[in-house]
Design a protein around this ligand. Structure first.
Ligand code: GZL
Length: 318
């Protein structure tokens, strides 16, 4: 068969294929999703980002991903750019709980559904978003306090490293923790300050706590592992033994927390699952198929004390 005939045959096949695809509609329109991420402040956040990006790739979804550097103004700007681009669905993890009504109303007016992941918003009108996929932060705070009350026999002077002020995990972890220690008159929070979920700020604030109350501190409750790891450095520099002289309980259950527990420097971490990609894109596909979704999708999580760290570490995915 001459080359000319082969080329002609190929052209015919290509034309027929494209006619078939367009006639049958087999060429599915790519879903386009805009996602405004809090930032890259912690190992938890990096794992959350990886989970979103890798799942989009796996499902062939066009993802417009914006790292908002922990600034609400950047997140609002990103949401407006998604509306401008007429994406199919908007997803974001609101850095703080307030200040979203206006931009969420704009998304609703543009008929673009919004999925909240990880953190919630404090909005009277809950028709402004389809669903919130994430952890029960209040329960995470309760779990940390329940473990601590048992460990300390109901007696401890506690310093608290709070996460980002105004964020759902900070508000709710504090709420759940205080709800449980209220049952123990001899468990008291003697100092509390934000470390903004970062290792560097956690170290800095722990240095302040030690300077002010060093010898009175029995326990550190940290709203995330990154700040706890920063605090461990400060406690060692101060001349005390983290995990022994000062008991440490934190939240997230990142790999580094298991490593610190194996070294005896951290005593317990409460899991906060960042691997939300699968559930997020299941929700996107449900919306695109016109299927109803519950207002709240809670992710299942556990509690990991030091004793189990060595066995569990190899199974950790983030
Ligand atoms: C919790 C998440 C928090 C993590 C921190 O779901 O929003 O933000 O606990 C992260 O590590 O910075």
């Amino acid at each position: 068969m001459s080359k000319r005939t082969v080329v002609l045959l190929l052209l015919v096949v290509l034309v027929l294929a494209s006619v078939f695809v367009s006639a049958t509609g087999a060429e599915k329109k790519k879903i386009v999703v805009g996602f405004a991420q809090v930032g890259a402040e912690s190992a938890w956040r990096m794992a959350n980002t990886e989970s979103i990006i890798s799942e989009a790739k796996k499902r062939g979804v066009e993802l417009i991903f914006v790292d908002c550097q922990q600034l609400q103004t950047n997140q609002i700007k990103a949401l407006r750019s998604f509306i401008e681009r007429k994406v199919d669905v908007i997803g974001f993890s609101p850095i703080v709980t307030t200040g979203w009504e206006e931009v969420l109303r704009e998304a609703k007016q543009a008929n673009i559904p919004v999925i909240l992941t990880d953190r919630g918003v404090d909005c009277a009108d809950d028709s402004l978003w389809v669903t919130l996929i994430g952890s029960d932060f209040v329960e995470e705070g309760r779990r940390a306090a329940r473990w601590l009350a048992e460990k300390m026999n109901g007696k401890a002077n506690i310093v608290e490293l709070q996460g980002t002020i105004g964020s759902a995990p900070t508000i709710d972890r504090k709420k759940g923790f205080e709800e449980v220690i209220a049952n123990y008159p001899e468990m008291k929070i003697i100092m509390s300050k934000t470390g903004d979920f970062t290792r560097s700020k956690g170290k800095e604030v722990m240095e302040e706590f030690l300077k002010a109350e060093g010898d009175r501190i029995d326990v550190l409750f940290s709203h995330n592992d990154d700040m706890a790891i920063g605090a461990i450095q400060a406690i060692e520099a101060y001349g005390l033994r983290p995990g022994v002289d000062i008991i440490i309980v934190s939240v997230d259950a990142i790999r580094a927390a298991f490593e610190a527990m194996i070294e005896g420097k951290l005593n317990c971490t409460v899991e906060c699952n960042p691997l939300l990609g699968r559930q997020f894109f299941d929700a996107v596909e449900a919306i695109m198929a016109g299927e109803p979704l519950p207002k709240r999708i809670i992710v299942e999580e556990g509690v990991f004390p030091q004793e189990v760290a060595r066995d569990v570490l190899p199974t950790r995915r983030y």
